[in-house]
Design a protein. Structure first.
Length: 88
């Protein structure tokens, strides 16, 4: 079971961040933010360290477009033949 970003990096996982800010703010309707981004695993491992838990990645992100702290992280696992060989 993969629990840290170092293990995910070695297994060849990819992470995608998406703003999850809804289309309601109180009682008024607002435009939904559509920001998405493919996170760079090498940068995450370098800045956070190999032992940083995957469960905390979304709590450290903020949407650059609308400023919301409600960001969803999608974990994309590799197909069986796509595993990285000799990753850091």
């Amino acid at each position: 079971m993969v629990e840290t970003i170092g293990e995910a990096f070695s297994a060849g996982w990819q992470l995608k961040a998406r703003c999850a800010y809804g289309n309601r703010e109180g009682l008024k309707s607002i435009r939904r933010c559509t920001w998405t981004y493919d996170l760079d695993m090498l940068t995450l491992v370098t800045t956070r360290g190999r032992d940083f838990p995957l469960s905390m990645v979304s709590s450290r992100l903020r949407c650059p477009r609308c400023g919301s702290r409600i960001v969803t992280v999608l974990f994309i696992t590799p197909k069986e033949g796509d595993r990285r060989r000799g990753a850091a």
